[in-house]
Design a protein around this ligand. Structure first.
Ligand SMILES: O=C(O)CCC(=O)C(=O)O
Ligand SMILES: [Fe+2]
Length: 354
């Protein structure tokens, strides 16, 4: 579908009102206006140490700035893409085109197995590690490819072009689609390599009918962010791949899903060490965060994998039926077909989601 028809892209209107993150108080909030905010959060914030009028006003200003940034985001993204296309000269052109030699031999064998008609979760588990609670880890990229990507990201960071930052929580890192990583690298990675795996691992979460993604890098360093607060992703399935560098600490922790706690499947959180080249797959709505980096610098590639046939029914961020808005420059993976039904890229008949 994609590439033949012009895909109409949408965001849920909650993007402009929900999930504002106040890092200082480690709090996610909904913001419609000052009165509603004061009524809903004054007490909560006070309990978290936001006690003076000045502190409260600072929080308000921060959220209003973020709300305004989101309103202008589509336009800003389009303008950055124009600038990048005109001015950015890559350092390593080859990393923009996926080649099998970038992929770890064990990952290629995992994908080959996933593509067979006899593949099962059990047969995949002979080639990947289960961390419990539908969290899986496996080698994905070669060290050499990670090194090239890290150098490219460094080159991007030092370039004069404006950079789109991943989201409210990650200010250090870059939106990879704006720099042209999607077409030749990330889209083929999702379609040809990840989808066969996610179809088996996450059938009820849209793993069999992924049709878009949002990808970005995240960076933690001694001079700036060291950790990441607990959150869930705007994704049906998330891929988190460590690119390097040399670091200690910074483990990914993943909390049990409420449904797993209810059925007593698990009450323990999972801790994943990051190894350069290794990827972790988890459900996007499973709450998680990054522990404090102890030394060095860590950079990871995050792909929020999306399935329109799942999210069209249920927005992962506000948890309601999405109120779709078309905003030039913004795409949160919701889709509407010409006939008004749900339509997804490559997958309508292949979708195993319920
Ligand atoms: O830093 C990490 O490994 C986690 C990043 C993450 O969860 C996110 O950006 O959504
Ligand atoms: Fe996340």
């Amino acid at each position: 579908m994609e590439g033949l028809l012009k895909t109409q892209t949408f965001v849920c209107s909650c993007f402009f009102t929900h999930n504002f993150y106040i890092k200082r108080y480690n709090l996610h909030v909904v913001f419609y206006d000052r009165n509603q905010f004061q009524e809903n959060y004054m007490k909560i914030l006070r309990n978290k140490g936001c006690v003076t009028e000045k502190q409260f006003q600072e929080v308000l200003t921060e959220i209003e700035n973020e709300a305004s940034r989101r309103r202008n985001l589509g336009e800003a993204s389009l303008s950055r893409r124009r600038e990048i296309k005109e001015k950015y000269v890559p350092r390593h052109r080859e990393v923009y085109e996926l080649q099998d030699k970038f992929l770890h031999p064990e990952f290629l064998s995992l994908v080959a197995e996933a593509k067979t008609s006899t593949a099962t979760v059990e047969s995949l588990l002979l080639r990947m590690s289960s961390m419990g609670q539908e969290v899986y880890s496996f080698p994905l990229f070669t060290q050499q490819f990670c090194r090239l990507v890290l150098e490219e990201l460094e080159h991007i960071e030092h370039s004069a072009c404006h950079k789109g930052r991943p989201n409210t929580m990650n200010k250090h890192g870059v939106l990879l689609n704006e720099f042209g990583f999607n077409k030749g690298l990330l889209k083929p990675l999702r379609r040809q390599y990840l989808s066969p795996i996610t179809a088996l691992l996450y059938p009820v979460w849209g793993g069999g009918c992924l049709d878009s993604h949002k990808a970005f890098s995240v960076t933690y360093d001694m001079g700036h962010d060291l950790d990441l607060g607990c959150h869930y992703d705007n994704a049906e399935v998330t891929l988190n791949v460590c690119l390097g560098d040399v670091f200690t600490g910074g483990r990914l922790y993943i909390l049990p899903m409420q449904s797993d706690v209810d059925t007593a499947k698990s009450t323990n959180s999972i801790k994943c060490m990051h190894y350069p080249g290794w990827g972790v797959l988890h459900r996007g709505r499973q709450r998680h965060g990054a522990e404090k980096l102890v030394s060095g610098k860590r950079c990871n590639l995050i792909m929020w994998l999306r399935s329109s046939s799942v999210r069209n029914k249920h927005c992962p961020m506000c948890r309601g039926v999405p109120k779709l808005m078309q905003v030039p420059g913004l795409d949160d993976g919701f889709r509407i077909s010409d006939s008004g039904g749900n339509q997804s890229e490559e997958s309508v008949d292949a979708c195993r989601a319920v």
